[in-house]
Design a protein around this ligand. Structure first.
Ligand SMILES: NC(=O)c1ccc[n+]([C@@H]2O[C@H](COP(=O)([O-])OP(=O)(O)OC[C@H]3O[C@@H](n4cnc5c(N)ncnc54)[C@H](O)[C@@H]3O)[C@@H](O)[C@H]2O)c1
Length: 360
């Protein structure tokens, strides 16, 4: 293990989500942004000036930043159609990478990456940031300690509001299947799937899936013309997970009043846990106290479960050579197989069995 090592990160993609990571990196002593890349030269130069990145470390081509020998690892925060290309180049250059969700656009890309990765693995993480929410981390401990007994039913809803007509959101890459793969399903549903696997275990079957587009045309703000939306605004499905746990999953980006609401309720034989990322530092817990009937109480998350993040674990994976918490390549791949099962279930109106050997 190397002590006092600082990870020189090459940040690819300087849009909305990169701001979240830049804020996070400023709180992590083991990481610094050493190079930046975006196809938008203006964005590269603006950020380069702001955070003092020299001209020689400003890139517009992913090939160049990934091949750069003094960059220890890549953080990729680009639209979904670029995920697979970046991960492939990182594998070929043996460069550690943290890539955003969804893992890929589709199973063809996922299978291609799996083959390359199995031949030459690299330190890898995927941006399943919500499992690091303090309340989720604490809930995981409570579940492991059997606070709610055997889990029977997992209920999750991930809703955002930006797509509702009220906001007049223009046509974005998120509404174009060629760039996004799917709509709310891959965008928010990928997190729901990850959280279910984090708390409960593997998916066995997916059933009763429903995918709907509510707003079929949006205005392209560059051309002023109407463009066809070909991805889902809403997705829901049911699932059976390991140990006969049943799950109910709902997501949409068209829910007025839900800015960024990921709410999870886990029902066990001895009690129930409820968490919402809008209140990250508290858990609602309903368990039996002495002889009384179970009652709801709000519990504050202990300090020890805060300040964790996928990026911190990714840095530790590279610097220390191991980190058992990091969401892995396999987590990404399996997540994509569940997304694919939802698509299949919605298209065929049937249950879809998951192949448990996939991703292993
Ligand atoms: N983990 C999370 O909770 C979370 C939240 C939001 C977004 N995301 C993911 O982050 C990714 C980016 O989302 P965003 O909201 O920041 O998008 P965005 O459109 O705001 O930004 C994307 C940036 O990538 C750049 N880009 C596009 N193609 C590129 C290429 N080939 N090479 C280099 N740069 C390129 C664009 O110019 C843009 O600046 C998506 O995959 C999204 O799913 C994850």
């Amino acid at each position: 293990m190397e002590t006092n090592k600082i990870l020189n990160i090459g940040l690819i993609g300087l849009g909305g989500m990169s701001n979240y990571y830049r804020n996070l990196i400023s709180t992590i002593e083991t990481i610094r942004i050493a190079a930046i890349c975006d196809v938008n030269r203006e964005l590269v130069d603006k950020l380069g000036e702001e955070i003092a990145i020299g001209q020689e470390r400003r890139f517009t081509q992913i090939e160049d930043i990934i091949a750069s020998p003094d960059i220890d690892a890549i953080l990729a925060v680009v639209p979904n159609n670029v995920h697979a290309k970046i991960v492939e180049l990182c594998i070929l250059n043996q460069k550690p990478v943290m890539s955003e969700k969804p893992f890929t656009m589709n199973m063809d890309e996922a299978d291609h990456l799996k083959k390359l990765y199995e031949e030459s693995p690299i330190p890898f993480a995927i941006g399943f940031i919500h499992r690091y929410t303090p309340s989720f981390q604490y809930a995981k401990q409570l579940i492991d300690e059997s606070a709610i007994g055997r889990i029977r039913y997992f209920d999750v809803k991930y809703q955002q509001s930006f797509g509702a007509p009220f906001y007049e959101t223009p046509y974005l890459w998120r509404y174009d299947q060629k760039i996004s793969g799917t709509g709310a399903l891959g965008d928010l549903g990928a997190h729901m799937i990850d959280i279910a696997r984090f708390f409960v275990g593997e998916f066995e079957t997916v059933s009763a899936a429903l995918m709907k587009t509510f707003i079929e045309k949006r205005i392209d703000s560059t051309s002023g013309e109407e463009r066809e939306v070909d991805v889902d605004d809403f997705a829901s499905f049911q699932a059976e997970l390991g140990n006969h746990v049943v799950g109910n999953f709902v997501t949409t980006r068209n829910a007025v009043g839900s800015a960024n609401q990921l709410e999870v309720t886990i029902y066990g034989d001895a009690g129930t846990l409820n968490m919402n990322i809008e209140r990250p530092d508290e858990i609602r817990l309903c368990i039996k106290n002495s002889d009384e009937d179970p009652v709801w109480k709000t519990v504050e998350v202990p300090e020890s479960h805060r300040n964790k993040s996928v990026l911190r674990d990714f840095a530790s994976l590279i610097i220390d050579g191991e980190n058992s918490n990091v969401p892995t390549f396999s987590d990404g791949y399996i997540n994509q197989t569940v997304i694919e099962s939802v698509i299949q279930s919605a298209a065929k109106g049937q249950s879809v069995k998951l192949n448990r050997e996939e991703g292993k």
